[in-house]
Structures are given as C-alpha cells and as structure tokens.
Design a protein around this ligand. Structure first.
Ligand code: AMP
Ligand code: GLY
Length: 410
C-alpha cells in the first residue's frame, strides 16, 4: 500500500514509523513532515487541500491518515473521500466533536454520556447572567478550536468577569469564542482513552496520561503536553464498566446521528468521586499520547487503520508487545512562552528499543536544527511504567542542543 500521512509532529513520525514497519506498506509519504521522518518516509512539502488531493491521485495513494485536528475540522477527509480515497479521520461533521465544544456537549447530553453540567452563552449579557447565578467556580470554554488556549479556570468572580470582557469585548480568541460554555468544575486525575471507530464497531486501544504543565511537579504554564505514560493507572471495575458504556454510547450516538466517523476518538476524561466524566472528545490521536501508546500494540497498526478507514469489521480488542511506555518531550529554550533561536542538534543512537521521534526540527545547510517548541519525543517501553521511565531517562543524553530542557518527573 501507498500511505499518505498528513502532519508534521512527533505523533505523525510515530505513525509513519509504525506504518513503515508493517508488511502491508510499500511507500510511506508524509506531508508536510519534518526532516527526522526521512528514515522511514518520503517527506513532501505540501499543505493545501487541492495540492494534497492532486498528489494522492497522481501517486496512487491507497490510504490517507490525517494526524492533526485542524485539517479534519476544515474538511480535508471529505475532500479525499469525495475522490474515492480511503481516509483514516472523520469528515467535517464528525470533527465537530472536537471542533465545537457546544456540539460535543449537546451530543454527550443527548446520549447520556457522563460529563460536567454546562450552560452556554453567546453574548456578554447572557454570560454575565449565567456567571451571577453560578454556584462555585465555573470552567469557561470557548466553543471553537483555540490551539489549547480556549479553557479558563478563573479563581474569583473578578477573574470570571475579566475573561468575559477579554472574549466578548476584546475578542481575544476571535470567532472561536462566539459561543462560551460555563462548565461545572470537576476534581480528579485526568486520563485519556483511545478507540478506533467506524460504522461497524470500535476497538479500545488503551489509555495514557499526559503531563500538560511545563515544569516538574505540575507547575508553570500549560503546554501541548510535556510527556505521557501509557497506560495510566488501573481503573476500578466500576470505572471499567463506565468506560465500556461511554464507548458504546458514543458509537451508538454517532450511528443515531448518521455521522460516518472513521477514525480515532480520544476521550479526555476525569476520574471523579462520582465516577468517570468526559471532559472532551478529540477526533485524532493525542500528541504526545500516541508516542507512548501505539508502539506498545502488537497488532499491525496499518492494518487496523486501513480497516477503520475502509469501514471493515474491527477486532474486539488489541494485545500489547510492551505492557508500558513512557514518552518525554524535549523542548527548546523559551517554550511555551516564546520562540527560540534555532540550535544545531547532535544525536547519538539510543539503546535498542528506545525510539526518538522528531517534531520541531528542520534542516539548515544539511545540518539538523532544533527550530523551537517541543522538538523531540523520546520514548521507552518496559514491563511497567517504572521500568520504561528508567529506560527513557537513561537515554536522555542521546539528544543534545543548546537550551534544551524536559520534565524530569513524567
Ligand atoms: P483542554 O484545553 O480542553 O484540554 O482543557 C484544559 C484543561 O482544563 C484540562 O486538561 C483540565 O485540566 C481542565 N478542565 C477542563 N474541563 C474541566 C472541568 N470541567 N473541571 C475541571 N477542570 C477542567
Ligand atoms: N496531548 C493532548 C492532545 O493531544 O490534545
């Protein structure tokens, strides 16, 4: 098979590596990719929908895998599907589960999926009225995609009012905050669940835990994720039952709404005293959750993604080569607050079984350069998280560039 993967981060590098390792793959192409992927894939500098479609037709691509949420929300999967190409990733309608928090909240309520109570406002007056009657502190969420900047946790009524002013008067998030959700504030550890899904059914892939704050001890600003463990800790038998119900109701809800969702559902949940509650759906693999979860899976990943995309029957479960995985993200100086000066990178081969995935790298005069952000994901596996963690940190010096930093407590 010729496989085209859309995206440029460490998540897509992981996908490209696993697709390349599958006996089913012939050519693996990533657009726009990054230079670190060249070992496993052809990297083509294409971004526009029309260019990508023309390329896929010309190069006889058999399967398209779309990594990030933005192109899914913009309907890239529909563009390929209308041309008869199988795609892993939902169309515009299914992508609303991530692209619109109001849409996903209504969906969860309609199909009795446990979630935080919410109310919605579309004007400053409506928002103030909700704020005045709200018991306790709310969570404020902009409806649309906001690159991880759309959730606010005000600590006082004054902070709530300041956020309302920012969104409705100063339009800090533009149209993404045309609708604002007030949500009940929940307490508990977060956990991410992944399920492949098409019309015929779904397969549970496993769980992971992200570490979103920049610094050790969960301090500092929010980031896209500084590292993950997979699996997260064990669930109680009651929670396992709840997870099954959440997956089943989500699948049934999509059937009932006639949404042809072929892809992965990333269920962001919280373990509260009252059981699991869904905070959000994402309609793509997590980054960096993918790096610690997918390589653990024993089954052929390409075959699973192909079956999902082509609407075939999915297996009831997966098995694991490695019981556990740990991913540590290595970031540039200044992340997540400001951009970095590009720095030359030196790499050494890590121990066998330890994988290095690239995200923020580029090439200057034939040299590998860290261009900023979360530059690498280093991942190790083992019998449990403790062993995988020890392996990943033992290998952290296989990467070196000026200003690099990482969390030491993933
Ligand atoms: P998101 O950008 O949607 O991933 O949300 C950012 C963070 O806000 C989440 O990782 C949670 O820590 C927090 N959060 C979101 N919804 C709630 C909620 N209902 N109660 C408490 N914390 C929340
Ligand atoms: N790591 C969080 C996400 O992919 O949304």
């Amino acid at each position: 098979m010729n496989v085209l993967i859309i995206g440029s981060g460490a998540r897509e590098h992981t996908l490209a590596t696993l697709v390349k390792e599958s006996p089913l793959s012939k050519r693996v192409i990533v657009a726009p990719g990054n230079p670190g992927m060249k070992d496993v894939a052809e990297v083509v500098a294409l971004r526009e929908q029309k260019e990508l479609l023309a390329f896929a037709k010309r190069e006889k691509v058999d399967l398209v895998i779309i990594g990030p949420e933005q192109p899914l929300v913009e309907g890239l999967a529909d563009v390929f599907r209308s041309a008869g190409l199988p795609v892993f990733g939902p169309g515009r309608e299914g992508a609303k589960l991530e692209g619109s928090k109001a849409f996903s909240k209504v969906f969860m309520e309609e199909f009795s999926i446990p979630t935080a109570h919410a109310e919605m406002a579309t004007t400053l007056d409506e928002a103030r009225a909700i704020a005045n009657n709200w018991e306790g502190l709310p969570v404020l969420k902009a409806d649309g995609l906001a690159a991880g900047k759309g959730v606010f946790l005000p600590e006082t009524p004054e902070e709530t009012e300041a956020t309302l002013m920012d969104l409705f008067v100063h339009h800090h998030l533009g149209a993404a905050a045309n609708c604002l959700l007030f949500e009940e504030r929940l307490i508990g550890p977060e956990i991410s669940f992944f399920m492949l899904r098409n019309e015929k059914g779904y397969t549970y892939l496993g769980s992971a835990r992200d570490h979103k704050r920049a610094y050790d001890g969960d301090m500092g600003p929010n980031t896209g994720g500084m590292g993950t463990i997979s699996p997260a800790e064990e669930l109680s038998s009651k929670e396992e039952e709840q997870l099954k119900e959440i997956m089943e109701s989500t699948h049934r809800g999509l059937l009932s709404r006639k949404i042809d969702f072929r892809g992965v559902l990333f269920i962001g949940a919280m373990r509260t005293e009252k059981g699991l509650k869904v905070l959000e759906y994402n309609v793509r693999f997590g980054d960096p959750e993918t790096q610690s979860l997918l390589p653990r899976i024993k089954e052929d990943i390409l075959e699973l993604l192909k079956k999902t995309a082509e609407g075939e029957e999915l297996p009831p479960a997966v098995s694991y080569t490695y019981p556990a995985g740990v991913c540590v993200c290595i970031a540039s100086d200044g992340y997540p607050v400001r951009g970095a000066v590009p720095q030359k990178v030196t790499l050494q081969t890590p121990d066998e079984g330890v994988r290095l995935f690239h995200a923020g790298t580029s090439e200057t005069n034939g040299e590998l350069v860290a261009s900023g952000g979360r530059v690498f994901s280093l991942v190790a596996f083992g019998d449990d998280v403790v062993q995988a963690r020890a392996r990943v940190y033992k290998n952290i010096d296989s990467v070196h560039f000026e200003g690099m930093w990482y969390r030491k407590d993933i």
